[in-house]
Ligand binder design. Structure first.
Ligand code: GDP
Length: 139
């Protein structure tokens, strides 16, 4: 059953390039409600844990190193059909393939520094949200 929630991170590249405000604006303008929000920084250890599912992939080490290279914004978002609608809002993993007007098309430069994360399933959205937020931090 759909929970109508997804999890996102504004990644270190988009934070460093000053896009936090614009990305949050795009997200709320698209109809997502913010349930939880946090400005924080992953360590190599916590980034490694978050992306453990990719540990066998050739880019895992680079991904962990990049995701712990600077602060990020983590958020839980709510909307009907949240997972699919958010994936459509952010665009393809590789910004070169991301549709015009999507967040990755507007704010990302490369497949590794691709501006935002978006959960790929209800199950992962719940796991990823729990990684960053306690029950008392959700509204
Ligand atoms: P997503 O769900 O669109 O974020 O894509 P994936 O789950 O397939 O990959 C997770 C993250 O790993 C992506 O957002 C990228 O930051 C990174 N990534 C994926 N493919 C590559 C790649 O080929 N090279 C590098 N360096 N990073 C990648």
């Amino acid at each position: 059953m759909s929970t109508n929630r997804t999890f996102t991170m504004i990644k270190p590249d988009a934070v460093a390039n000053g896009h936090i405000g614009a990305i949050i604006n795009d997200i709320t303008a698209a109809g997502f409600k913010i349930v939880a929000l946090k400005y924080t920084k992953l360590t190599e250890e916590t980034a490694g844990k978050f992306y453990e599912v990719h540990s066998a992939r050739p880019f895992y080490k680079d991904l962990v190193s990049f995701m712990s290279s600077g602060p990020i914004v983590a958020a839980i978002l709510e909307k009907d059909n949240a997972i699919e609608d958010f994936r459509n809002l952010i665009g393809a993993t590789n910004p070169a393939d991301a549709a015009e007007g999507t967040i990755r098309n507007k704010y990302a430069k490369s497949i590794d520094a691709n501006a935002v994360h978006g959960s790929d399933s209800d199950e992962n959205a719940a796991i990823e949200g729990d990684f960053f937020f306690t029950a008392a931090e959700r509204f």
